[in-house]
Design a protein around this ligand. Structure first.
Ligand SMILES: [Zn+2]
Length: 112
């Protein structure tokens, strides 16, 4: 395999879903290309996966998610996300976002 192709092996999203075909709805897998660092999911399902982690009980989003992932949760919920304050450490900002997620973002991910 050529060196430049290493690490670029395409991973396909394995999420089960129903697809509309000429014969009606059939059970299939998503099969979208999964970008690197997306845990093997496509963008849409990765965000869903993150939301499910957060919304599952007894999961601490602060220790589980990084800042970028928390931001995705806000984006997915269409919720206003406060900006990092001057002088605020990233871990403090992250904690603040996570508390906001826990207290204000709806507990059920909205269906598209
Ligand atoms: Zn997918």
């Amino acid at each position: 395999m050529p060196e430049e192709l290493k690490g670029q092996i395409l991973v396909r999203c394995p999420v089960q879903m129903q697809k509309e075909t000429a014969n009606g709805l059939v059970d299939d897998v998503c099969d979208e290309i999964a970008p690197r660092n997306y845990a093997g999911y496509c963008k849409v399902h990765y965000t869903e996966y993150l939301c499910n982690l957060v919304f599952r009980q007894n999961v601490d989003p602060v220790s589980l998610l990084d800042l970028g992932e928390l931001k995705q949760v806000f984006a997915r919920a269409n919720h206003f996300m406060p900006k990092q304050r001057p002088g605020e450490y990233e871990f403090q900002y992250k904690k603040r976002l996570a508390q906001l997620v826990a207290s204000e973002v709806p507990l059920e991910p909205t269906k598209p």
